[in-house]
Ligand binder design. Structure first.
Ligand SMILES: C[S@@+](CC[C@H](N)C(=O)[O-])C[C@H]1O[C@@H](n2cnc3c(N)ncnc32)[C@H](O)[C@@H]1O
Length: 212
Protein backbone atom coordinates (compact mmCIF):
# COMPACT_ATOMS: atom_id res chain seq x y z
CA UNK A 1 0.00 0.00 0.00
CA UNK A 2 1.20 3.52 -0.75
CA UNK A 3 -0.59 5.85 1.58
CA UNK A 4 1.11 8.92 0.14
CA UNK A 5 -0.82 8.11 -3.01
CA UNK A 6 -3.77 6.72 -1.09
CA UNK A 7 -6.31 9.42 -1.82
CA UNK A 8 -6.26 9.45 -5.56
CA UNK A 9 -6.48 13.01 -6.79
CA UNK A 10 -7.76 14.41 -3.50
CA UNK A 11 -7.43 18.17 -3.01
CA UNK A 12 -8.75 20.48 -0.34
CA UNK A 13 -11.74 22.54 -1.49
CA UNK A 14 -13.76 24.79 0.83
CA UNK A 15 -11.59 23.46 3.65
CA UNK A 16 -12.77 19.90 2.97
CA UNK A 17 -10.75 17.17 1.26
CA UNK A 18 -12.21 16.85 -2.22
CA UNK A 19 -11.91 14.46 -5.16
CA UNK A 20 -13.32 15.49 -8.54
CA UNK A 21 -13.60 11.80 -9.50
CA UNK A 22 -15.88 11.19 -6.48
CA UNK A 23 -17.98 14.17 -7.45
CA UNK A 24 -18.35 12.75 -10.98
CA UNK A 25 -19.07 9.15 -10.05
CA UNK A 26 -21.22 9.50 -6.91
CA UNK A 27 -24.47 9.90 -8.89
CA UNK A 28 -24.04 6.85 -11.13
CA UNK A 29 -22.85 4.77 -8.16
CA UNK A 30 -25.84 5.87 -6.06
CA UNK A 31 -28.20 4.68 -8.81
CA UNK A 32 -26.74 1.18 -8.52
CA UNK A 33 -26.48 1.09 -4.73
CA UNK A 34 -30.14 2.08 -4.37
CA UNK A 35 -31.06 -1.25 -5.99
CA UNK A 36 -28.33 -3.40 -4.46
CA UNK A 37 -28.81 -2.11 -0.91
CA UNK A 38 -32.60 -1.78 -1.12
CA UNK A 39 -33.31 -3.29 2.32
CA UNK A 40 -32.62 -1.46 5.60
CA UNK A 41 -29.31 -2.34 7.20
CA UNK A 42 -25.77 -1.33 8.09
CA UNK A 43 -23.27 -0.87 5.27
CA UNK A 44 -19.54 -0.82 6.00
CA UNK A 45 -17.47 1.32 3.63
CA UNK A 46 -13.80 0.34 3.32
CA UNK A 47 -11.32 3.05 2.26
CA UNK A 48 -13.73 5.98 2.62
CA UNK A 49 -11.20 8.62 1.55
CA UNK A 50 -12.64 12.14 1.43
CA UNK A 51 -16.09 11.05 2.67
CA UNK A 52 -17.90 12.43 -0.41
CA UNK A 53 -19.38 9.00 -1.20
CA UNK A 54 -20.36 8.36 2.42
CA UNK A 55 -22.21 11.67 2.77
CA UNK A 56 -23.92 11.36 -0.61
CA UNK A 57 -25.07 7.78 -0.14
CA UNK A 58 -26.18 8.17 3.49
CA UNK A 59 -28.08 11.33 2.54
CA UNK A 60 -29.91 9.66 -0.34
CA UNK A 61 -30.42 6.21 1.19
CA UNK A 62 -31.97 6.98 4.58
CA UNK A 63 -33.04 3.33 5.09
CA UNK A 64 -29.34 2.51 5.45
CA UNK A 65 -26.91 3.20 8.24
CA UNK A 66 -23.51 3.99 6.77
CA UNK A 67 -20.30 3.08 8.60
CA UNK A 68 -17.28 4.76 6.98
CA UNK A 69 -13.81 3.37 7.66
CA UNK A 70 -10.30 3.85 6.44
CA UNK A 71 -6.71 2.97 7.17
CA UNK A 72 -5.58 4.49 10.51
CA UNK A 73 -3.28 6.89 8.64
CA UNK A 74 -6.13 8.21 6.50
CA UNK A 75 -9.37 7.87 8.43
CA UNK A 76 -9.31 11.48 9.70
CA UNK A 77 -9.59 12.76 6.12
CA UNK A 78 -13.36 12.23 5.99
CA UNK A 79 -14.04 13.48 9.54
CA UNK A 80 -14.77 17.17 8.76
CA UNK A 81 -17.15 16.37 5.92
CA UNK A 82 -19.00 13.77 7.98
CA UNK A 83 -19.27 16.13 10.96
CA UNK A 84 -20.52 18.92 8.71
CA UNK A 85 -23.16 16.65 7.13
CA UNK A 86 -24.65 15.86 10.54
CA UNK A 87 -26.62 12.89 9.22
CA UNK A 88 -28.15 10.62 11.85
CA UNK A 89 -27.61 7.53 9.69
CA UNK A 90 -23.93 8.30 9.03
CA UNK A 91 -21.60 7.04 11.75
CA UNK A 92 -18.24 8.48 12.68
CA UNK A 93 -15.45 6.77 10.71
CA UNK A 94 -13.72 3.77 12.20
CA UNK A 95 -10.05 2.98 11.83
CA UNK A 96 -9.78 -0.16 9.74
CA UNK A 97 -6.69 -1.53 8.07
CA UNK A 98 -7.91 -4.56 6.14
CA UNK A 99 -4.75 -6.37 7.33
CA UNK A 100 -6.02 -6.33 10.93
CA UNK A 101 -6.77 -9.83 12.13
CA UNK A 102 -9.82 -8.54 14.01
CA UNK A 103 -11.89 -5.98 12.15
CA UNK A 104 -13.44 -5.01 15.48
CA UNK A 105 -16.87 -3.96 14.19
CA UNK A 106 -19.62 -3.47 16.77
CA UNK A 107 -22.75 -4.24 14.77
CA UNK A 108 -23.98 -6.83 12.37
CA UNK A 109 -22.87 -5.76 8.90
CA UNK A 110 -25.52 -6.19 6.20
CA UNK A 111 -23.39 -5.11 3.26
CA UNK A 112 -19.96 -3.75 2.33
CA UNK A 113 -18.96 -1.06 -0.17
CA UNK A 114 -15.50 -0.07 -1.34
CA UNK A 115 -14.45 2.19 -4.22
CA UNK A 116 -11.09 2.54 -5.90
CA UNK A 117 -9.26 0.51 -3.29
CA UNK A 118 -8.29 -2.76 -5.01
CA UNK A 119 -5.75 -1.09 -7.31
CA UNK A 120 -4.23 0.93 -4.44
CA UNK A 121 -3.91 -1.97 -2.00
CA UNK A 122 -1.20 -4.55 -2.55
CA UNK A 123 -2.48 -7.96 -3.65
CA UNK A 124 -2.07 -9.44 -0.11
CA UNK A 125 -4.21 -6.54 1.17
CA UNK A 126 -6.86 -7.26 -1.48
CA UNK A 127 -6.81 -10.87 -0.28
CA UNK A 128 -7.29 -9.73 3.30
CA UNK A 129 -10.14 -7.43 2.23
CA UNK A 130 -12.05 -10.30 0.60
CA UNK A 131 -11.32 -12.67 3.50
CA UNK A 132 -12.40 -10.01 6.00
CA UNK A 133 -15.59 -9.20 4.12
CA UNK A 134 -16.47 -12.88 3.87
CA UNK A 135 -16.02 -13.12 7.64
CA UNK A 136 -18.47 -10.36 8.51
CA UNK A 137 -21.35 -10.65 6.05
CA UNK A 138 -24.09 -13.22 6.15
CA UNK A 139 -25.05 -15.48 3.23
CA UNK A 140 -26.55 -13.50 0.36
CA UNK A 141 -25.18 -10.16 1.57
CA UNK A 142 -23.51 -7.95 -1.03
CA UNK A 143 -19.96 -6.65 -1.25
CA UNK A 144 -19.89 -3.84 -3.84
CA UNK A 145 -16.40 -3.20 -5.18
CA UNK A 146 -16.18 -0.27 -7.60
CA UNK A 147 -13.25 0.69 -9.79
CA UNK A 148 -11.30 -0.20 -12.92
CA UNK A 149 -10.60 -3.89 -13.60
CA UNK A 150 -8.82 -5.97 -16.25
CA UNK A 151 -10.25 -9.02 -18.03
CA UNK A 152 -7.96 -11.87 -19.12
CA UNK A 153 -5.02 -9.49 -18.84
CA UNK A 154 -6.66 -6.91 -21.08
CA UNK A 155 -7.54 -3.38 -20.06
CA UNK A 156 -10.95 -2.03 -21.02
CA UNK A 157 -9.50 1.26 -22.31
CA UNK A 158 -6.23 2.97 -23.20
CA UNK A 159 -6.72 5.34 -20.27
CA UNK A 160 -6.94 2.39 -17.85
CA UNK A 161 -3.74 0.95 -19.36
CA UNK A 162 -1.99 4.30 -18.81
CA UNK A 163 -3.38 4.52 -15.27
CA UNK A 164 -2.17 0.98 -14.50
CA UNK A 165 1.32 1.77 -15.81
CA UNK A 166 1.37 4.95 -13.75
CA UNK A 167 0.35 3.07 -10.60
CA UNK A 168 2.97 0.37 -11.08
CA UNK A 169 5.68 2.97 -11.75
CA UNK A 170 4.78 4.62 -8.43
CA UNK A 171 4.76 1.34 -6.55
CA UNK A 172 4.94 -2.16 -8.08
CA UNK A 173 2.51 -3.46 -5.44
CA UNK A 174 -0.28 -1.30 -6.85
CA UNK A 175 -2.11 -1.94 -10.10
CA UNK A 176 -5.46 -2.62 -11.73
CA UNK A 177 -6.61 -6.09 -10.71
CA UNK A 178 -7.71 -8.81 -13.10
CA UNK A 179 -11.20 -10.22 -12.68
CA UNK A 180 -9.82 -13.74 -13.14
CA UNK A 181 -7.70 -13.32 -10.01
CA UNK A 182 -10.53 -11.68 -8.09
CA UNK A 183 -12.99 -14.45 -8.99
CA UNK A 184 -10.49 -17.12 -7.88
CA UNK A 185 -9.81 -15.21 -4.65
CA UNK A 186 -13.52 -14.75 -4.00
CA UNK A 187 -14.15 -18.44 -4.53
CA UNK A 188 -11.59 -19.29 -1.84
CA UNK A 189 -13.53 -16.95 0.48
CA UNK A 190 -16.99 -18.35 -0.31
CA UNK A 191 -17.89 -15.21 -2.26
CA UNK A 192 -19.36 -15.30 -5.77
CA UNK A 193 -19.51 -12.65 -8.47
CA UNK A 194 -23.20 -11.80 -8.80
CA UNK A 195 -23.05 -8.73 -11.05
CA UNK A 196 -20.42 -6.88 -13.06
CA UNK A 197 -21.93 -3.59 -14.19
CA UNK A 198 -20.43 -1.19 -16.71
CA UNK A 199 -20.05 2.30 -15.25
CA UNK A 200 -18.95 5.64 -16.72
CA UNK A 201 -15.27 6.42 -17.29
CA UNK A 202 -14.28 2.78 -17.87
CA UNK A 203 -15.12 1.70 -14.33
CA UNK A 204 -17.16 -1.26 -13.13
CA UNK A 205 -19.45 -1.96 -10.21
CA UNK A 206 -18.76 -5.53 -9.18
CA UNK A 207 -21.18 -7.16 -6.73
CA UNK A 208 -19.98 -10.17 -4.76
CA UNK A 209 -22.27 -12.24 -2.56
CA UNK A 210 -21.48 -14.57 0.28
CA UNK A 211 -22.37 -18.14 -0.56
CA UNK A 212 -24.47 -20.06 1.97
C1 LIG B 1 -7.81 5.93 -4.13
S1 LIG B 1 -8.38 6.02 -2.48
C2 LIG B 1 -10.14 5.81 -2.71
C3 LIG B 1 -10.93 6.65 -1.76
C4 LIG B 1 -12.43 6.68 -2.06
N1 LIG B 1 -13.03 5.39 -1.79
C5 LIG B 1 -12.69 7.12 -3.48
O1 LIG B 1 -13.31 6.38 -4.25
O2 LIG B 1 -12.25 8.23 -3.83
C6 LIG B 1 -7.85 4.47 -1.79
C7 LIG B 1 -8.27 4.27 -0.35
O3 LIG B 1 -7.86 2.96 0.08
C8 LIG B 1 -7.45 3.08 1.42
N2 LIG B 1 -6.58 1.96 1.80
C9 LIG B 1 -5.38 1.65 1.25
N3 LIG B 1 -4.87 0.59 1.90
C10 LIG B 1 -5.77 0.24 2.86
C11 LIG B 1 -5.80 -0.77 3.86
N4 LIG B 1 -4.77 -1.63 4.03
N5 LIG B 1 -6.88 -0.84 4.67
C12 LIG B 1 -7.90 0.01 4.52
N6 LIG B 1 -7.93 0.99 3.60
C13 LIG B 1 -6.87 1.11 2.78
C14 LIG B 1 -6.73 4.41 1.46
O4 LIG B 1 -6.55 4.88 2.77
C15 LIG B 1 -7.66 5.27 0.62
O5 LIG B 1 -8.67 5.86 1.40
Amino acid sequence: MTLAFGINGANVTHNLPFSQACENNKGPILDKLANIFSAPGLVLEIGTGTGQHAVHFAGHLPHLTWQPSDHPQNYQLCLPRIRQAGLANLYQPRQLDVRQSDWDLPDTVDGVYSANTAHIMSWPEVERMFEGVAGIVSPGSAFCLYGPFRYDGQHTSASNLNFDQHLRSQNPSMGIRDMIDLIALADRCQLSLDEDIEMPANNRMTVWRRQS
